[in-house]
Write a protein that binds this ligand. Sequence first.
Ligand SMILES: Cc1cc2nc3c(=O)[nH]c(=O)nc-3n(C[C@H](O)[C@H](O)[C@H](O)COP(=O)(O)OP(=O)(O)OC[C@H]3O[C@@H](n4cnc5c(N)ncnc54)[C@H](O)[C@@H]3O)c2cc1C
Length: 386
Amino acid sequence: MNFDLTMEQNMIVDTVREFVENELYPLEEEVERTGFVAPEVGQSIREKVIELGFYAPNMPEEYGGGGLNDFDFTLLERELGRASMALGVFWGRPSNILLACNDEQKEKYLLPTIRGEKYDALAMTEPDAGSDVRGMKCMARKDGDDWIINGTKHFISHADIADFIILFAATGEEQTAHGTKKRITAFLVDVGTPGLEVRKGYDSVSHRGYHNCTLNFDDCRVPSSQILGEEGKGFDTANTWLNGTRLTVAATCVGRARRAFDHALEFSATRKQFGQPIGKFQGVSFKLADMITEIDAADMLTLSAAWKLTQEQDSDRAIAQAKLYASEMLARVTDEAIQIHGGMGLMNELPLERLWRDARVERIWDGTSEIQRHIISRGLLRPLGA
Ligand SMILES: Cc1cc2nc3c(=O)[nH]c(=O)nc-3n(C[C@H](O)[C@H](O)[C@H](O)COP(=O)(O)OP(=O)(O)OC[C@H]3O[C@@H](n4cnc5c(N)ncnc54)[C@H](O)[C@@H]3O)c2cc1C
């Protein structure tokens, strides 16, 4: 592993950083104040990113995407993660699972999503099925060549701006070596399909302006042609294409932690108390030392997992370790950055209180810290037959 960046990789980092600082940072205050991104602002971000040639960077070039491999995409996410997620979402990164589309679905969903004409949202979680996704109750029942969907999904990110939902629903049961299990199938469901209601979700402490929604399916009828992948193979499709999603969380956490750290470092050097910069006090300087050590460690874990993924090596444990450590590191670093700023750290003149609030969700979504620890320990114990 050599993490010296090539000229092209440095160009990706510099371009995204510049865009984030010049185009997104100035919009953050209003998003936080209003909890909302005006559609024309979202559209303008989308257009600028398309013009930059960086829209859908994770999608293959043959479909009009940026064609970045997992490592380079991780570098991009690390920079983009510095900015408010409510704004960053308009830098379209379609879900990789759309690469499972058949030819007809590619025309209707994949390609418009890559062109920035459509948005996707992904719905697995339910009120009674979070970490235990296989326990889902949302059911699709076959009726002729159609499927009739009933159930509720909640916490579904940015479904309020989505044109279609990648929905996971149970389509029956099957016997497995581990007992009876639900057959899970992925469907593409257009927003506006009769029987699908997209409702405002909960107000969250993290990521104001980046909304979660509740989806109600009430006898929502979709044809079999809307199945993504194969019937009953929804988790196989997800496992094939969604591996890297947790890695983007880790990358985001690293980028955001560096932003908080930069503020803390600058303040430590310029804020004077007792006649000297506060950074001269060991109580402050040791905090800085610990913060940067943790950030660099999280960065290394993230890049090494990204490298493994790019090399198509088994990367489940590495990704879980990166997600676990980076999300917990972000909580500690943003907390210490506030501590170093004293009272000003809590005021919304600085982005620190927001970064601290936003950090909280990173330990929960895309698999909680406990679930990451489960994946890590399973990876250690399974080869020993335990
Ligand atoms: C803001 C937000 C946006 C989200 N966006 C999406 C989205 O777009 N699409 C989507 O499908 N989902 C989304 N989610 C759902 C997210 O992935 C779940 O919240 C997460 O997987 C945890 O599920 P849960 O909240 O139901 O908690 P639960 O699964 O009920 O867990 C509760 C607690 O029990 C612990 N726990 C559960 N099982 C175990 C175990 N086996 N071992 C040890 N501890 C365990 C958990 O770690 C946690 O501490 C979002 C969530 C949030 C908060």
